[in-house]
Design a protein around this ligand. Structure first.
Ligand code: ZN
Length: 128
């Protein structure tokens, strides 16, 4: 199992992992990923707990990306205690929604980067 960074980068740029069709951008693309690729018919939102990977990416981006920045700003004295807590609560409540589409793209890139044989172009049924 070799990771294919090209597939990951294709998804991170907002394209289908299989056919490279651009996924919706703007607000629609930021908030979610369509259930099916309009270019090749690949099911992007597979069943059976597939969404858990996107949740892990979402949690990781917030817990290891946004919240440490707030902690550093507080430790440097740029944010007071109350402002830090308010910003952390706002980040914990708002960022999961705002980062949903990005987390899905990163998850699709991770999944198909490690398992490219799961792509329809590699022989798997598109609706599976
Ligand atoms: Zn596609």
């Amino acid at each position: 199992m070799a990771f294919r960074p090209g597939i990951f980068l294709r998804c991170a740029r907002g394209c289908c992992p299989d056919c490279a069709e651009p996924l919706p951008s703007g607000w629609a693309g930021m908030l979610s990923v369509p259930p099916v690729c309009s270019g090749c018919g690949l099911s992007l939102r597979r069943g059976g707990g597939f969404f858990l990977g996107a949740m892990v990416w979402n949690y990781g981006l917030i817990a290891f990306g946004a919240l440490p920045v707030l902690a550093v700003l507080h430790l440097c004295g740029l944010l007071g205690r109350a402002a830090s807590v308010q910003a952390a609560v706002a980040a914990a409540l708002l960022l999961p929604v705002a980062l949903n589409g990005i987390a899905w793209r990163l998850w699709l890139g991770t999944y198909y980067g490690f398992l490219p044989e799961q792509l329809p172009s590699e022989g798997r049924r598109a609706d599976d």
